[in-house]
Design a protein around this ligand. Structure first.
Ligand code: NAD
Ligand code: ZN
Length: 361
């Protein structure tokens, strides 16, 4: 399958098929000049680096690996600087392409490096986590984390090509797979009730590695993301903000957990989506039955759906920092029902606080 993503007058292909990694030589040949820099992290490179290098080698392309430590802690200024120095030392030019080979951490780090190198060189994403395959590798957002918070410094820099090989997920730990699955469910909740129903029936097959379910989920998710990003590349009309369904709460929960790895992003998103549904019910916008279905499905998939024991006031303090907020009002993505998400700033902070106090109890 090829999904075309239209962004800023340009379009780029997202290719999705099992076994694509082994065809990387042929697929990347037009973007390489006999050699290509590959930014990756040590765990992914240990598991899959030789396969990628062999695929490139079969077309006479030398892979030049730049490997950083695995984990969110590498998404910082110092590591970014190191990657840029290596790229410059390798003689990478503006007309060259670099490959991001890893999960969302590598995608964001290498993406920002590509945005900055010589004021912007080419970028190819080969995502290796479910989260990166269905979400972060498409859409052009790149960032690093700084002392003031996560993803606060970054750039929009669209890739020229995205290669998604679901077989890479064979080695992904189950907890990471489930966390990425939360973002899959998100697309159903935003604007595709039929897809949410599919998730209810086939989600378990996906998590147990069924290739057909995996492929369908990735294709549907990438199409949804492409549609929304194509309508609002730089998050100016509010359409792209829908992709943040569940994320205002999620970011607050991640900040509370100290980005420690104790709570994965997708786990926080699952809880955040369940909260967004229940707040929508409390606001009289959404049928209770829909909120119950969403929480029920996420729970069955092993994902968290509540926040008992959290401190409501601290969560609100984090939510006030959200990049989506305008004029001091908290912007939320709420729901009129499964598949009907919308952006609103009409929930006063006091009602949000009362809702969160009940949820935290
Ligand atoms: P990650 O890249 O840290 O990967 C998660 C874990 O999986 C790591 O331990 C990694 O080593 C391991 N891993 C990766 N691929 C593997 C494989 N094939 N087999 C075995 N292990 C593998 O995290 P993530 O969940 O992919 O991405 C999270 C990051 O993505 C965050 O930094 C987040 O801010 C960012 N993000 C960006 C966007 C965007 O639009 N740019 C969207 C969502 C999230
Ligand atoms: Zn997310």
């Amino acid at each position: 399958t090829v999904v075309d993503v239209a962004a800023g007058g340009n379009a780029y292909p997202v290719r999705i098929a099992a076994g694509l990694l082994d065809r990387a030589g042929e697929l990347l040949a037009p973007y390489a000049r006999g050699r290509i820099a590959v930014v990756s992290e040590d765990d992914v490179w240990r598991l899959w680096g030789a396969r990628l290098a062999a695929a490139l080698g079969s077309e006479g392309i030398e892979a030049l690996p730049i490997v950083v430590p695995a984990g969110e802690a590498s998404k910082n200024w110092a590591t970014l600087g190191g990657v840029l120095d290596r790229l410059l030392a390798l003689g990478i030019e503006r007309s060259d392409h670099i490959v991001a080979f890893g999960g969302g951490m590598v995608g964001d780090l290498a993406g920002l490096a590509a945005a900055l190198l010589k004021r912007g060189c080419g970028l190819i994403q080969i995502p290796t986590t479910l989260l990166a395959q269905v979400d972060s590798s498409v859409g052009g957002k790149t960032a690093v984390n700084v002392a003031a918070g996560k993803n606060l410094v970054g750039a929009f820099h669209q890739p020229d090509l995205v290669l998604i090989d679901p077989a890479l997920l064979d080695t992904l730990p189950g907890r990471q797979l489930a966390a990425g699955y939360a973002e899959v469910v998100k697309y159903g909740l935003i604007d595709d009730a039929d897809f949410f129903r599919w998730c209810e029936y086939e989600g378990a097959a996906l998590l147990s590695g069924d290739p057909a379910a995996r492929l369908h989920a990735i294709e549907t998710s990438v199409r949804a993301k492409a549609r929304i990003v194509g309508a609002d590349e730089r998050e100016t009309t509010g359409r792209r903000a829908l992709l943040n369904f569940g994320h205002s709460f999620a970011h607050a929960l991640e900040a509370e957990a100290g980005y420690s790895g104790a709570l994965l992003h997708g786990e926080a998103v699952a809880a955040g989506m369940a909260l967004a549904m229940r707040l929508s019910v409390a606001e009289g916008l959404c049928p209770d039955e829909d909120a119950m279905r969403v929480a029920g499905h996420l729970r069955v998939m092993g994902l968290p759906t509540g926040i008992p024991g959290q401190a409501a006031d601290r969560l609100i303090a984090h939510m006030r920092q959200d990049k989506k907020n305008k004029d001091g009002r908290i912007t939320l993505i709420l729901s009129r029902g499964i598949g009907q998400a919308f952006v609103t700033d009409q929930v006063p902070e006091e009602r949000l606080r009362a809702f969160l106090r009940t949820e935290c109890a």
